[in-house]
Design a binder for this molecule. Structure first.
Ligand code: ZN
Length: 373
């Protein structure tokens, strides 16, 4: 990618939230402000800072988030910033029936953020009163408030239309975050549930996501955030002891629209290093293959930079195709089919156990022309 391609990321979705400059954001721990703000400045993505889930002290949460906001406002003055209180994760998580606080909203307004997100608790499976409690509280907190809705994955697979109706009843923009031990959108029915929720008249954001963020934007999400590590690409169930585990090195393979462990990538790469799928044109890879990431002095930092820059570049391409008149769902379906094609080539040439991400087929099935045709 040349310097001319870098700059403010254009809007991908047909919907937007007033006050946000872009709809593609990156989600990171507020302690990673340095790398995150630099990347926001370079690629034009916005930022969602999550408070550190291991430190529940109220004072620390406010202090650390304020530091991340100030740093980013200085280093990347054009970047959109949102903050996530992150109280819905871990074994001592806040439950949904514990009301969001006005105090947290006031804090965000004080720091001149375009939108304030509620410090919501976790909405368990079938807890029908949970989302209602959050939505109604958010509705009483004034303008430019986003109701954070951290939900169990069954809200997508089994109760999507119930959730969509509740969202439209209260009319407050919502930020969905999905609990799952792995990628929630590889679960059967999760993509179609998300698409159903995105049909709401009220703006819906998808946070703590991976490449599904781009799919969500193609289907009309008002904004979407890609997590910098697996911890921020969904959130773990309470009983899952992988919560808080140090993540292994993984990064986006852009051609495949998925994150893969470096170990898996290297094993397949060694068999046939010439495949197009291993190359990346992002600002950091510059047309080279992805092996430089593990060899870098800071592999996780390199993985983070490459993944966000590559997703931002895919977002730019999608935005261009959509502006040229192709519908968002059709543009995304094309990308998913191309990614499946690359995965098939890897399976044939390198590794017979290699499979495309399950969610890609779910996205293809969700396209309106495929559903009705
Ligand atoms: Zn790259």
């Amino acid at each position: 990618m040349t310097e001319a391609n870098i700059g403010p990321l254009r809007q991908i979705s047909v919907r937007s939230l007033p006050g946000l400059r872009t709809d593609l954001l990156v989600q990171a721990d507020c302690g990673r402000q340095d790398a995150t703000a630099s990347l926001a400045h370079t690629t034009g993505v916005g930022v969602v800072y999550s408070a550190n889930s291991r430190r529940r002290s109220r004072r620390k949460r406010y202090t650390e988030c304020a530091a991340a906001i100030h740093f980013t406002q200085k280093r990347a003055p054009l970047a959109d910033v949102l903050v996530d209180a992150n109280l819905y994760t871990g074994s001592t998580r806040k439950p949904a029936d514990q009301q969001p606080t006005q105090d947290w909203i006031t804090f965000q307004r004080h720091h001149r953020l375009p939108w304030a997100m509620t410090d919501s608790g976790y909405c368990a499976a079938s807890d029908t009163t949970g989302p209602i409690a959050i939505l109604s509280a958010a509705g009483r907190m004034g303008d430019h408030v986003i109701a954070a809705l951290p939900v169990a994955s069954s809200w997508l697979t089994e109760d999507a239309s119930t959730l969509r109706d509740a969202i439209d009843k209260y009319g407050v923009p919502v930020a969905l975050m999905i609990e799952d031990e792995a990628d929630p959108f590889d679960r059967r029915g999760a993509v179609s549930g998300l698409v159903e929720i995105l049909r709401a008249d009220t703006p819906v954001l998808l946070l703590r996501s991976d490449t599904a963020a781009l799919g969500a934007l193609a289907y009309g999400a008002a904004a979407a955030a890609i997590g910098v590590t697996s911890t921020y690409r969904h959130f773990y169930p309470k009983a899952d002891n992988s919560f808080g585990r140090e993540p292994q090195l993984s990064f986006l393979i852009p051609a495949l629209l998925g994150y893969y462990l470096n170990r898996r990538f290297e094993n397949a790469f060694r068999v046939d290093p010439t495949l197009d799928a291993w190359r990346c044109d992002c600002h950091y890879c510059n047309g080279n293959n992805l092996t430089w990431i593990a060899n870098h002095v800071d592999p996780s930092g390199a993985a983070f930079q490459h993944s966000v820059a590559a997703l931002s570049a895919i977002g730019q391409e999608l935005a261009g195709v959509i502006r040229a008149g192709v519908s968002g769902p059709s543009a995304w379906t094309r990308r998913c089919l191309e990614a499946c094609g690359h995965s098939n080539t890897i399976r044939t040439e390198c590794d017979e156990t290699w499979r495309a991400k399950k969610s890609l087929a779910e996205w293809v099935r969700s396209e309106p022309s495929n559903v009705t045709g």
